[in-house]
Design a protein around this ligand. Structure first.
Ligand SMILES: CC(C)(COP(=O)(O)OP(=O)(O)OC[C@H]1O[C@@H](n2cnc3c(N)ncnc32)[C@H](O)[C@@H]1OP(=O)(O)O)[C@@H](O)C(=O)NCCC(=O)NCCS
Length: 144
């Protein structure tokens, strides 16, 4: 069974492992800890039969929600977990008064771009050399 719930400090070790193995510019455990403590941050994790297999977060800035990293373990992909995480984040953001969700993804990240397009995100612009000073990013948004 898949469940999505609030992320606890005790979940961050598993989150850091997923982050390190899957994200272009991974956040350390310390950065994740600092992030989770911020009042303006909402972070959720997804569990598959009790095991953490994904997470996602956003930061509320006035009436905008800026998505942080989202990731799903290799072994649990393509069963809708990232979609569940994003939908949960969108509902939370809307309930807190956000009117738009913003995010970025590397131009070659077919999976992430496929996910965001399927969920109704539209491209705003391209930021050159956004990741590691060499990989371009697509900036995308969705009205909530
Ligand atoms: C991007 C990512 C989070 C998607 O997670 P997921 O749980 O597999 O996504 P979902 O199962 O919810 O997929 C939803 C839709 O996204 C698209 N999608 C997902 N993976 C895809 C892939 N490998 N290729 C093309 N489209 C893909 C599809 O449209 C899919 O719908 P479908 O399965 O009905 O065709 C996952 O691949 C991941 O963690 N990647 C590494 C980390 C990363 O790049 N994070 C994003 C940083 S911006």
């Amino acid at each position: 069974m898949i469940t999505v719930r609030d992320c606890l400090e005790s979940d961050l070790g598993a989150v850091a492992e997923l982050e390190a193995g899957n994200i272009l510019e991974p956040w350390s455990l310390k950065v994740l800890n600092d992030w989770l403590k911020l009042d303006r941050v909402t972070m959720v994790i997804a569990e598959l039969d009790g095991e953490i297999v994904g997470y996602g977060s956003y930061e509320k800035v006035l009436d905008e929600a800026q998505v942080g990293n989202i990731c799903v373990s290799n072994r649990a992909r393509r069963v809708g977990i990232a979609s569940m995480i994003m939908t949960t984040l969108e509902i939370r953001a809307r309930d807190l008064g956000c009117r738009v969700m913003l995010l970025e993804a590397a131009v070659g990240n077919v999976a992430a771009l496929g996910l965001y397009e399927k969920l109704g995100y539209a491209t705003l612009n391209i930021r050159k050399k956004y990741y590691k000073n060499r990989v371009d990013a697509k900036i995308m948004q969705k009205q909530l």
